[in-house]
Design a protein. Structure first.
Length: 202
């Protein structure tokens, strides 16, 4: 079962969720954006939120600033979290200037805020689950989109909540996090998305 839990942790790694959420965003509605432009946006997000961070982790490991690419300790997570906080904020602000992508900006601004809170908690020696933070951000983003667009995605949300439970169980079984760290991570991701949703849309 340990291999299964590790596989779950890799497949649902928070670094992959921005691309997944963007794909869902365009699958639910093309938002008047041509398919070719959609692919370019997804490609840009994949480069910025997946390829670049991985390259950064390799550089940090090569300089012995982290012991492994899994960045398990609080100190090892600080630099990557700061980097991703800034990156998500830049992407979020960029999308706010494009009317058809304003809702997508919520995802990145919310993630930036969530990571800022995570970093503050690191200072307090609390390592919240970034996996759960990412899953909760995805769920809250989908819920907010459903509310604003009046699109019924109940079944999709049920799947996301089920997957979040599977991820939470995997992280606990691997002894990567305590139950409290799982809860704090989920609450942080969920709350920040709806906070940004309230600021942008209400």
């Amino acid at each position: 079962m340990e291999k299964f839990h590790k596989l779950i942790s890799v497949v649902f790694h928070p670094i992959l969720l921005p691309v997944a959420a963007t794909l869902v965003f365009f699958m639910l509605n093309n938002h008047g954006i041509e398919r070719s432009i959609q692919f370019k946006i997804i490609f840009m997000i994949a480069i910025g939120t997946y390829i670049v961070p991985i390259l950064m982790l390799f550089i940090l490991k090569r300089r012995n600033l982290i012991q492994s690419l899994e960045v398990k300790t609080i100190n090892e997570r600080k630099i990557p979290v700061i980097f991703m906080t800034i990156l998500f904020f830049i992407l979020g602000k960029a999308f706010t200037n494009i009317p058809n992508l304003l809702f997508l900006s919520q995802l990145f601004l919310g993630c930036s805020l969530a990571l800022s809170i995570a970093y503050f908690l690191f200072i307090k020696k609390l390592k919240i689950s970034l996996h759960m933070c990412g899953m909760a951000s995805f769920i809250a983003f989908a819920m907010a989109y459903s509310i604003e667009s009046q699109v019924n995605i109940t079944h999709f949300l049920a799947v996301l909540f089920t997957l979040a439970g599977i991820v939470a169980n995997a992280r606990i079984k691997l002894q990567e996090h305590s139950i409290n760290e799982i809860i704090y991570g989920f609450a942080t991701g969920f709350a920040t998305q709806f906070l940004v949703f309230g600021i942008l849309w209400i």
